[in-house]
Write a protein that binds this ligand. Structure first.
Ligand code: NAD
Length: 385
């Protein structure tokens, strides 16, 4: 970013765009939930010349104050306790909030912010249940404010390249997608138990990293509507106390009350099949690459982050094209997502990563949990809002 002192404007440049940022009016932001991911929000907002983080709220007494001191959020007012987010929203003159709480608190904080006339940067996953997703969508409609959901890979150069290739139509009719991810030993416990307890997280690997795999392929192909899902979840690693010998927390096995693995077969509109699997821990090195098959070409999105590969025919020849690496962007994906959100706040929307798309992501995740509970394929019901 470069300053233009004469005009009070900043330039935000990339190979994709050159944007002038008007810094004459600052966007006043509050952060709800000052845990781990809030650190990335404050770091990203500090780089935006037209943003002031003026308030911080966390349930846990003293946590917001400590965050303020650690991250030098000068001048911010801190709120704590049960209704910290409401106290903050009511006392401060804010334009927007970042909701950085654990999943189970996403909905209440988001809806309260919308009802107080604020736009919301909501961390992923959108929420836990379909009822919550519908309530968020309704609150947006009633208030005229918007929610943008925090999928920063949307601002990753390689995934922008993927979308461009799909949009070019080179794949023909898309009929099959394989997506997912897997960690060898990656149940997220280094900062405590908020990811592994049902009362805070609601869902495990399925929602935590599964939502990314789903967004990666579905945003590339324009988010077709999911119709049915046959899903499965399990917790073989999370419930095993020996898993936690390193880092030495055997009691986590008793607290573990979400999933560490999920898989599903999803039918989508336009006769598209989605094959999905996700793991926080597994006895395997990789769950494989993401692939999208079309009638004219197929594309491989390697799980190791290497170049995209397109497979097609030229005459009677089977051709494999390694797509040259996309040029690096001058901002991180996380900064890209915050910048797009702030731009939307200033123009009154629309949301850069809208809930009209992400409700389909949530419908799949919640549908997998429900299908697993019922032990059969279920129809996905997404009410019109
Ligand atoms: N985009 C990303 O790269 C990314 C990475 C990690 C986590 N996340 C998401 O961010 C969210 C938070 O994750 P985290 O790792 O920071 O968790 P965390 O447990 O470290 O922090 C969450 C904080 O929210 C606070 N909180 C909960 N309910 C609250 C409420 N009603 N009002 C005020 N504060 C409240 C908790 O006290 C805690 O301090 C999760 O939904 C997670 O999926 C996103």
């Amino acid at each position: 970013m470069a300053a233009n002192k004469d005009s009070n404007l900043y330039k935000f440049e990339s190979n994709q765009e050159v944007k002038e940022i008007d810094v004459s009016k600052k966007v006043r932001v509050g952060i709800i939930g000052t845990g781990w991911i809030a650190e990335s929000h404050i770091a990203g907002y500090k780089k935006q010349p037209d943003v002031e983080v003026v308030a911080l709220a966390d349930l846990i007494p003293g946590k917001a104050e400590k965050f303020k001191a650690t991250h030098g959020v000068d001048g911010a007012t801190c709120y704590e306790g049960e209704n910290a987010h409401l106290k903050m929203i009511e006392a401060e003159k804010l334009d927007a909030v970042s909701v950085c709480t654990y999943n189970r608190a996403h909905t209440v904080c988001t809806i309260d912010a919308l009802k107080h006339g604020l736009d919301v940067m909501l961390e992923k996953p959108m929420c836990v249940t379909m009822e919550e997703a519908v309530a968020i969508r309704k609150a947006e409609k009633e208030t005229g404010k918007f929610v943008s959901v925090g999928f920063q890979p949307r601002y990753d150069a390689r995934l922008m390249q993927l979308k461009e290739i799909v949009n070019s139509g080179v794949l023909g009719k898309i009929y099959y997608i394989q997506t997912g991810a897997g960690r060898r030993h990656g149940i997220p416990t280094p900062f405590g138990t908020t990811f592994i307890e049902d009362k805070t997280a609601g869902l495990g690997a399925l929602a935590d990293i599964g939502c990314y795999s789903l967004d990666l392929v579905l945003s590339a192909i324009g988010y077709p509507k999911p119709l049915t899902v046959s899903g499965h979840r399990c917790d073989y690693f999370g419930k095993k106390s020996s898993y936690y010998k390193n880092p030495d927390h055997p009691e986590y096995a008793d607290l573990f009350s979400v999933d560490d693995f999920a898989s599903a077969y999803i039918r989508m509109e336009d006769d598209i099949i989605l094959d999905f699997r996700i793991a926080w821990a597994m006895h395997m090195d990789t769950m494989g690459d993401h692939i999208i098959l079309g009638t004219e070409a197929g594309i491989r999105i390697p799980a190791d982050g290497s170049e995209l590969i397109v497979y097609s025919d030229m005459g009677n020849n089977r051709v494999k094209t390694v797509v040259p690496k996309a040029p690096d962007l001058p901002y991180t994906p996380f900064e890209g997502k915050l910048r797009a959100f702030i731009d939307a706040v200033k123009t009154g929307g629309p949301a850069p990563i809208p809930t009209s798309e992400i409700i389909y992501n949530q419908a799949i995740i919640s549908g997998i949990a429900e299908s697993c509970k019922q032990g059969k394929e279920i129809v996905i019901d997404i009410p019109e809002i």
